[in-house]
Design a binder for this molecule. Sequence first.
Ligand code: HEC
Length: 254
Amino acid sequence: MTEIRIVSCAALFALVLCLCAGGHLSAQELRLAAPAEMADSGFLKHILPRFKLKHRITVTPVGPEDTADMALIPGGADGARVFAAIDGPEYRLVLLGGAETAKFRDWLLSAPGKSAVESFPRGGPPAYTADLPEIVQEAVVDLTGDVVLGSKLALQHCGRCHVVDKRNRMGGIGSTPSFGAMRARPHWVDLFTKYWSENPHPSFTEVIGVTEPFGPGHESHVAPVQLTLDEIDAIVAFVGTLKPKNLGRPVQSN
Ligand code: HEC
């Protein structure tokens, strides 16, 4: 008798265990860490039920410092770019755990997700946009040139026409682009690596072993500049240390 009771007790216990575990799995709840203002404004309340309707997954907003399965982070570098506040930061969604989180990310990037984001607040001008500008990827370059040498050569050979940095801030020739402005161009490495083949440089620049030396029959009307390919690498490496000027706007002259 006692034995039967123990067995049925164990069975009941196992059943409860199963129910609990199963219940937990089917609850489908994800915690989303987000800036407080995003919760306060009603934005999350606007979009999250729309996601739930589609995927039957409840997303509960928590504070930015709380434990979460995923996080919306303003201005970050990691995660998927999902939307931006109008005249505000861009937000990225960082997934911190669980396969279900990818569903939320994919939904945010889908047409229904984007329209949920852009339809807030109801009836008013949208507070967020999901139409993000493309990022112009700066080539990841491994600049091996000698920066100190490059800095010296740039001032010496380029500084008479280009503003190189604060050392010749007042120098340069009026319309000639400054190094800072050229550094802001996405393909600056290319520009500087091949600068000697672009006008006006060929008329006074000799790259040793590459271009024809100046001399009788091939004269330069200004003091010619002689550089080696290593010295050009050094200049490119130095330019890599400069702060890009007016990023995002058209290149300006000095
Ligand atoms: C005698 C004057 C002069 C000197 C010296 C000079 N540059 Fe230039 N550079 C110019 C002018 C002018 C332009 C603008 C040309 C244009 O916009 O068509 C220019 C443009 C450039 C460009 C942009 C090219 C492009 O395709 O947009 C780079 C890069 C450049 N210079 C690098 C250098 C470097 C590096 C040095 C030194 C090693 C140097 N320059 C020396 C006058 C000079």
